[in-house]
Ligand binder design. Structure first.
Ligand code: GLU
Length: 466
């Protein structure tokens, strides 16, 4: 039987990197084994739903390069894929559980309901005769059977046993008629024929309840795998104070989706080869749950940056140019569309996120204020430098092709013609272009600036350069 995995986010906010990692592992497993990956929106908790969050979640998942075989937007044989549209299933299963004596209506007022369960696992209503119709204001509770333990066979953690006596008769349907997470998730996983439930370890305590529901319904259990949590460097749960936690923030910071995908896959999983730069196809070919460790993973931003720089280095020039375009501050750096591939080639080795393009481009453009403006002005005013600049400018102006090779040769020829070489040749040119004494290779700078701007900047007569 082909495997079926699922990702079941609640539309309560942005996609967190932890959620993204869960989605990625489920997706990888499905793709590795030729199975199906299902997207299900768990939106039964109306108070927590955030308008627009579902669309944003889908967008973030797509940006990461995930696709799903079944889901709210693409449909599928188990539609609908939004829990708020699946009441009929919950009602049907509610009837089944009541009918089988596995559930009962609890009419204790909410405050007493909580109090009556304290220290006791069974509510007094459990003794009442079973009835199909819901008394008004009643909640439906699961009747935990008189067994010793509920075992969860976890693919990562092995067998985890929970004393059944510690599990209270938990609520399946709240008094307002809404199914609880445990009930809706178990019903949907059963209905949607999910074979592997892979989710965060924070859900492990819910699993015995879901197992009990499955058993009461006489359904075969899926395989469970609870993946480790993601922690900050202080080993506390990853949160805002550790920096970016959502996929959207990483996207805004200019991380490449492939890099974030690769990085999140590696949290608590490693390739048998020991390699870490693993493009999607490699991950699909190698991903196995039995290589997922059980200890919590620390989110290592430096490693993510390192991977991101690798992805930027490997990206084809045209693609990198397209990716960089929206990040460049065009007011400060008026790079034209055709210059973008040159810019991409020049920046490729220097940035680890797309957003770093601006701080790097600063070394390719004339300064707008500060010490660099003065350094540039000094160079342009120096008689020896002006002689060099005029010669370089004349050679460059005569070039038919504005390429790194031709620009390089022209600068050297100009140097020979005026008897300047080394620092005496390159420093004035560099200062005239950027106001800096060190920086990228001159032909690169000229490539990024383009012919017109370069010639204007080298013109000692030019007082102000726009
Ligand atoms: N809606 C739950 C969540 O977002 C899903 C948990 C599960 O995968 O069962 O945490």
């Amino acid at each position: 039987m082909p495997i079926r995995t699922r990702f079941a986010p609640s539309p309560t906010g942005h996609l967190h990197v932890g959620g993204a990692r869960t989605a990625i592992l489920n997706w990888l497993l499905a793709r590795r084994h030729g199975g199906a990956f299902v997207l299900r929106i768990e939106d039964t908790d109306r108070e927590r739903n955030v308008p627009g969050a579902e669309a944003a979640l889908l967008d973030d998942l797509r940006w990461l390069g995930l696709d799903w075989d079944e889901g709210p937007d693409v449909g599928g044989p188990h539609a609908p894929y939004r829990q708020s549209e699946r009441w009929r299933f919950y009602q049907e299963y509610q009837r089944k559980l009541l009918h089988g004596g596995h559930a009962y209506w609890c009419t204790c007022p909410p405050v007493e309901q909580a109090a009556s369960m304290e220290g006791r696992r069974r509510c007094p209503c459990a003794r009442r005769e079973p009835s199909g119709a819901a008394p008004s204001g009643a909640a439906l509770r699961f009747r935990v059977p008189a067994i010793d333990t509920v075992a969860v066979d976890d693919l990562i953690r092995g067998r985890v046993e929970f004393p059944a006596g510690d599990i209270e008769d938990f609520v399946l349907v709240r008094s307002d008629g809404l199914p609880t997470y445990n009930f809706a998730a178990a019903v949907d996983d059963a209905e949607m024929r999910i074979t592997h439930v892979v989710r965060g370890a924070d859900h492990l305590n819910n699993t015995p309840k879901q197992v009990l529901i499955y058993q009461a319904l006489g359904r075969e259990l899926p395989r469970f795998a609870h993946i480790p949590l993601i922690l900050g460097p202080d080993r506390q749960k990853l949160s805002k104070r550790h920096g970016a936690t959502s996929v959207a923030e990483h996207r805004r910071q200019g991380f490449l989706p492939g890099a974030l995908f690769n990085y999140l896959s590696l949290l608590s999983w490693s390739s048998p080869s020991g390699e870490e730069f693993l493009p999607r196809e490699r991950l699909v070919a190698e991903m196995e749950l039995d290589r997922v460790g059980s200890s919590d993973a620390v989110f290592d931003r430096d490693k993510l940056r390192w991977l991101s720089s690798r992805y930027i280095q490997e990206m084809p020039a045209e693609e990198l140019a397209r990716a960089l375009a929206p990040f460049i501050d065009r007011e400060r750096f008026p790079v034209t569309g055709d210059a973008l591939p040159t810019v991409a080639a020049a920046l490729r080795e220097r940035i680890s996120t797309l957003a770093e393009a601006n701080s790097q481009l600063d070394h390719f453009f004339p300064p707008v204020d500060g010490e660099r403006v003065e350094a540039r002005a000094r160079a342009l005013a120096d008689p020896e430098a002006r002689r060099v600049l005029a010669a370089v400018r004349a050679r460059l102006a005569a070039l038919a092709e504005w390429e790194e090779g031709t620009v390089n040769a022209a600068i050297r020829e100009a140097g020979r013609s005026v008897g300047a070489k080394g620092r005496a040749l390159f420093l004035p040119v560099r200062l005239a272009l950027t106001g800096e004494e060190h920086g990228p290779e001159l032909p690169r700078i000229a490539g990024v600036l383009g012919r017109e701007r370069t010639l204007a900047l080298l013109d000692p007569g030019e007082a102000e350069i726009s």
